[in-house]
Write a protein of this length. Structure first.
Length: 85
């Protein structure tokens, strides 16, 4: 599924180019260990861990994009939304 289809009803705070919106996503995950090529990783802050701490891991594993509640420094696109969940 294309990223733009997944984001249809999501409030996105940062600008996204058409190149990013046309990324093909075939896997959604909260766990960095599950990321593969084509994954969309949700960097969620939890009680014991912060998903943003695993951004470098998901880059190495081939994730296509990250969703976070704040800007992230990454080589792959990061979508910022006020409510990641």
């Amino acid at each position: 599924m294309l990223l733009k289809e997944l984001l249809q009803n999501v409030e996105v705070l940062n600008r996204l180019s058409n190149d990013i919106l046309d990324i093909d996503i075939d896997h959604l995950t909260l766990n960095s260990n599950d990321c593969t090529k084509g994954s969309l990783f949700f960097a969620i802050r939890g009680d014991n861990a912060d998903g943003a701490n695993y951004i470098s891991d998901v880059e190495v594993r081939g994730a296509s994009c990250i969703v976070s509640d704040r800007e992230c420094k990454s080589a792959i696109p990061c979508i910022v939304t006020p409510n990641v969940r």
